[in-house]
Design a protein. Structure first.
Length: 117
């Protein structure tokens, strides 16, 4: 069973990626920032559009409306559709697949949020 990450550890991780304003946090820091924004609020097209900076809202709607027989199937179809349109958008793809999975399971927020609270 997974244990929650202590709040102090999360603050330390966040602080480590934010040395000074304007510094490039590097690839891991950019991914961390995108995930943090994406899981900060309940799933919505408007919120995901802001969190994913530049993602087309019609693409997000299409992903959130992906059909499938199971939640994992829906997430996989959303992932496949997004990568078809945006081949180098791996971070956004995984965030959207997580949002689709969470929505399919009637969770109010993507699952990554459960591990960062």
């Amino acid at each position: 069973m997974h244990e929650k990450i202590p709040r102090q550890a999360i603050r330390t991780l966040a602080d480590a990626g934010a040395a000074e304003a304007g510094d490039d946090p590097g690839p891991a820091g950019r991914i961390f920032r995108h995930w943090s924004k994406a899981v900060a609020r309940p799933i919505s097209v408007a919120h995901l559009s802001r969190a994913l900076e530049g993602a087309a809202t019609d693409q997000i709607v299409q992903c959130l409306d992906a059909g499938g027989s199971t939640p994992v199937d829906r997430a996989a179809k959303a992932l496949e559709a997004w990568l078809e349109e945006t081949p180098r958008g791996e971070t956004a793809t995984l965030i959207l697949a997580d949002a689709v999975l969470a929505q399919s399971l009637s969770w109010p927020i993507p699952s990554a949020r459960f591990w960062t609270v």
